[in-house]
Design a protein around this ligand. Structure first.
Ligand code: HEM
Length: 419
C-alpha cells in the first residue's frame, strides 16, 4: 500500500518500511532519518503507524493551510492507543475533555480562537519580560557558584512550567502545587509508554484534570488576570462559544502546550549552540544575534517534530493519493530541513536569513498562539546564559539521550560546567 512518486521507486525503496519514529536513528537525528524520504518518497504510507507521512516543506504547509480537506480532530489522540487499565484510571477521575482549540475545526474553531487569543498576543506578552528575566536569573543564581549544572533540571524544565502557569493566571500560592503536575504528558500523546507506565501517567493526568477544574472554579470566584480569567470573562459574554469543559481543558492542556514544547525547544537550542562552539562564541560576543539564533534553533532542531491531521476526502499531496479518513503525520522537523527552502539545511547558522520561515509553530488557522511567549522565554534564557556563567561549556564526553517520542523532542540531560 506504500505510496510512490514514480521517480523514487528504486532509490526510495524501503523508506516506508524503515520509518520508525520511536527508533534510535530517528531520536538521535529526526530530519536526517527522513532525508531519503524527502528526496525520493516525500509522502508515504507507514505500515507501523497506519498513517500517511508527509516530509516536504510545501506539502506540510499546504495541509496545515487546508482545513477544508484536512480535519484537526485527531491532533491530541494518543499515538499509542491507551490500554483498558489506563482508560479505567482516567474514567475514575471523570476525565472527559472535549475539543479544545487545537483539535477543533471550522466553523467553531475561529470564533473561539478570536475570543481566547488576545492575552497571548505579543503586545500582552512583551511586558512580562522583566518578570521572566527575574525568574531566570533567580534559577541561574541558585547554581552559579556550583561550577556545574544540568541545564534541563536546573533551569529549562522549571522556567516554562512556572511562566506557563503564571500566564494562565494561576495564583502564585497555587503555582508550586500545579507545577507538580507538569509531568511528561507529551509521552501520553506521542510516546510509546508500556501498560504500567500508561497507568502511572493516566493517574497524573487524572489528578491534574481534577485540579484544573478546581483552579477554574477558584478563578471564577476570585477574579484575576491571565489567560484563564480572560477566558472565564469571555464565557460570561459568549456562553454559547466557550463551555465549562473547554475552560477546564484549557487549564489542563494549556500547561502541556506551554511547558514541554518550550523546555525542549530551549534545550535543543542550547545543545545546538554548545556543540557548535563558534556559534556560542559569536552569540556571547554579539547578543543582538540571539533572536535569529532562537529562530534558527527552532528550524534546525524543533521540539515538536510532527503534528497530525486526518483527510476528510481523498486528497492528492506531493503527487500521492491519500484515501479519505486517513490519519496524516506532518513531519515539521523534516520540512524545516527541506533544501528547496533552506539551502544547506543541516548547517546550524545563527545568521540564516530565512530561519523564521520554519514550520515549528505550525501555520494557518491553528498556528501556535503561544509563539510570542515561547520566543520571549528562549531569548531571555539565551541572553542570560551567554552573559554568565563564564566559559559555559558542555561536560566533555556528553552524549544525549531522548525518550522514545514521535513528536516531543529534547535531550533528557544537558550537563555543563564553567570556569
Ligand atoms: C517552542 C514552543 C512551542 C512550540 C514548538 C509549539 C508548537 C505548536 C504547534 C505545532 C501547534 C499546532 C499548530 C497547528 O495545528 O497548525 C501549536 C498550537 C498551539 N499552541 Fe503552541 N508551541 C509552543 C509553545 C506554546 C506556548 C508557550 C503556548 C501557551 C502559552 C502554546 C499554546 C498553543 C495553543 C493554544 C495552540 C492551539 C492554537 C489553535 O489551534 O488555534 N504553545 N503549538
Amino acid at each position: 500500500m506504500a505510496g510512490g512518486t514514480g521517480a523514487g521507486l528504486v532509490d526510495g525503496a524501503g523508506v516506508a518500511e524503515r520509518f520508525d519514529p520511536f527508533g534510535d536513528a530517528y531520536q538521535q537525528d529526526p530530519p536526517a532519518a527522513l532525508a531519503e524520504a524527502r528526496r525520493h518518497q516525500p509522502v508515504f504510507y507507514s505500515p507501523l503507524l497506519d498513517m500517511w507521512v508527509v516530509t516536504r516543506y510545501h506539502d506540510i504547509k499546504a495541509a496545515l493551510h487546508d482545513s477544508r480537506r484536512f480535519t484537526a480532530a485527531n491532533a491530541l489522540e494518543p499515538i499509542t492507543p491507551l490500554g483498558a487499565e489506563a482508560r479505567e484510571v482516567l474514567d475514575g477521575y471523570g476525565f472527559a475533555p472535549g475539543p479544545v482549540l487545537v483539535n477543533e475545526d471550522p466553523p467553531r474553531h475561529l470564533p473561539r480562537r478570536k475570543l481566547l487569543a488576545p492575552p497571548l498576543a505579543a503586545p500582552e506578552i512583551e511586558p512580562l519580560e522583566g518578570r521572566i528575566r527575574d525568574l531566570v536569573t533567580g534559577y541561574i543564581d541558585a547554581f552559579a557558584d556550583r561550577g556545574h549544572a544540568d541545564l534541563i533540571q536546573d533551569l529549562v524544565w522549571e522556567v516554562p512550567a512556572v511562566v506557563g502557569l503564571l500566564v494562565a493566571g494561576v495564583p502564585e500560592e497555587y503555582v508550586a502545587q500545579a507545577r507538580g503536575y507538569a509531568v511528561k504528558m507529551g509521552l501520553f500523546t506521542w510516546g510509546r509508554p508500556t501498560g504500567e507506565h500508561q497507568r502511572e501517567i493516566a493517574d497524573q493526568v487524572g489528578r491534574w484534570w481534577t485540579l484544573a477544574g478546581e483552579l477554574v472554579d477558584l478563578l471564577r470566584r476570585e477574579k484575576g488576570t491571565g489567560w484563564i480569567p480572560h477566558a472565564i470573562e469571555m464565557q460570561r459574554e459568549h456562553p454559547d462559544v466557550i463551555s465549562d469543559n473547554q475552560l477546564q481543558n484549557m487549564m489542563m492542556s494549556g500547561l502541556v502546550a506551554a511547558h514541554e514544547t518550550t523546555t525542549n525547544a530551549t534545550a535543543n537550542a542550547l545543545k545546538c549552540l554548545l556543540t557548535q562552539r563558534d556559534a556560542w562564541t559569536a552569540l556571547c560576543a554579539d547578543p543582538s544575534a540571539v533572536p535569529n539564533a532562537v529562530e534558527e534553533s527552532l528550524r534546525h532542531s524543533t521540539s515538536v517534530l510532527c503534528w497530525r491531521r486526518r483527510t476528510r476526502a481523498a486528497v492528492t499531496l506531493g503527487g500521492v493519493r491519500i484515501p479519505a479518513q486517513s490519519p496524516v503525520l506532518l513531519m515539521i522537523g523534516s520540512g524545516n530541513h527541506d533544501a528547496d527552502v533552506f539551502p544547506d539545511p543541516e548547517r546550524f547558522d545563527i545568521h540564516r536569513p530565512n530561519a523564521k520561515r520554519h514550520l515549528s509553530f505550525g501555520i494557518g488557522s491553528h498556528a501556535c498562539l503561544g509563539a510570542p511567549l515561547a520566543r520571549l522565554e528562549m531569548r531571555i534564557i539565551l541572553e542570560e546564559l551567554t552573559r554568565r556563567p563564564p566559559g559555559l561549556r558542555l561536560v566533555p564526553g556528553t552524549t544525549f539521550t531522548y525518550p522514545p517520542n514521535a513528536s516531543f523532542h529534547g535531550p533528557l540531560q544537558l550537563p555543563v560546567e564553567w570556569d
